[in-house]
Design a protein around this ligand. Structure first.
Ligand code: GYE
Length: 335
């Protein structure tokens, strides 16, 4: 009997200390603080994308005070619409969208706004008629990336004594209409407009995937085989497409990289690409940082604290070239 009263007394004391009526309520009150985030991701088309998804999952986890509902749209905008409408139905606290292309977001983002759910855009941008349809965008300056690449190319051609030669550029493009494609392409086009001896000999669409870039490059190389057409530079808008391109070049027995092969320019600078830069297969890796998870988490915390974030937050990127990259750079790479 004494034992029983002891336990009852203990329970009353514990309840009094916490000012609560039971454990269930502790869990409930903790749950209230959890911020539910629905994230519509483009897909898993590239190593960059995989690193980006991991970063989001890690930063928006329960220990950090979030519940993340992750949706992989498999490179289809319709799937992104579906995901966003699901998030609205589930009444999430925030919607984070990594849009596949810039267009086509007005309607679904209006629905989110009407439901009172703030939207954060990551990586690529959205082109909407009303900017108030999203709170903030965070990502890289893709035009700057394109400029870094072409300025480096100008210097490299000078070093090779080829600044006045006709330079044939093969352009391997990412998903049409994606901000990364639009501005990396613009960076190249602007430079071509400035150099009368730079020519884009062909544009191939690789959708940011290794498989498609391999196919289209292989086909292209077969087509030009007996025409005498030469390639001096390949400007490939992401690392995975570059891997596909290099595979096709290998199979065709065409030399690339180093000091006298076809100059290979790639974007993203993921670890496996930097490794190929170190051995000279890729001449230039332009960095694009995919680690947006902590940035988005901090943004949400800041909004929760009552702050209004700036409309756009640019992440700064750099580049690595085959003649200056070191093992240390690769060892430090988190993705
Ligand atoms: O370069 C590519 C990915 O939008 C910056 O998308 C991103 C691009 C990145 O699939 O690898």
């Amino acid at each position: 009997m004494a034992k029983k009263y002891f336990f009852i007394a203990m329970a009353v004391i514990i309840m009094a200390i916490f000012g609560l009526t039971g454990c269930v309520n502790v869990a409930d009150s903790e749950k209230k603080d959890i911020i539910v985030v629905g994230f519509s991701q483009v897909g898993s088309e590239s190593s960059w994308r995989v690193a980006n998804s991991e970063s989001m999952k890690k930063a928006l986890c329960e220990e950090e005070g979030f519940e993340l509902i992750f949706d992989d749209a498999k490179q289809k905008q319709e799937n992104q619409y579906k995901a966003i409408r699901n998030f609205i139905q589930q009444q999430v606290d925030y919607i984070v969208l990594a849009p596949i292309t810039e267009n086509g977001w007005d309607d679904v983002l209006k629905e989110a706004k009407q439901a009172g759910i703030p939207v954060i855009i990551v990586d690529r941008q959205v082109d909407v008629s009303d900017d108030s349809l999203y709170i903030n965008w965070v990502g890289s300056d893709f035009l700057q990336e394109g400029k870094m690449a072409t300025e480096w190319l100008e210097g490299e051609l000078e070093e090779r004594g080829r600044e006045n030669d006709e330079i044939n550029i093969l352009h391997v493009r990412g998903t049409n209409g994606a901000t990364a494609q639009i501005f990396r392409t613009k960076g190249l086009q602007d430079a071509v407009d400035e150099h009368i001896n730079w020519n884009i000999v062909s544009v191939l669409d690789g959708e940011y995937t290794e498989a498609l870039a391999y196919e289209v490059t292989k086909e292209y190389l077969e087509k030009i085989q007996d025409t005498g057409e030469t390639i001096d530079v390949i400007y490939s808008e992401n690392d995975n497409m570059t891997f596909g391109v290099l595979k096709a070049l290998d199979e065709a027995g065409i030399e690339y990289g180093g000091e006298d092969g076809i100059i290979i320019i790639s974007f993203d600078a993921v670890r496996s690409s930097l490794e190929r830069c170190l051995v000279g297969d890729i001449n230039l890796c332009v960095e694009c940082n995919p680690l947006h998870g902590p940035r988005v988490a901090n943004l949400i915390r800041s909004i929760e604290a009552g702050n209004t974030p700036s409309k756009r937050s640019y992440v700064s990127d750099t580049y690595f070239s085959y003649d200056s990259i070191t093992h240390e750079v690769i060892d430090e790479r988190a993705y």
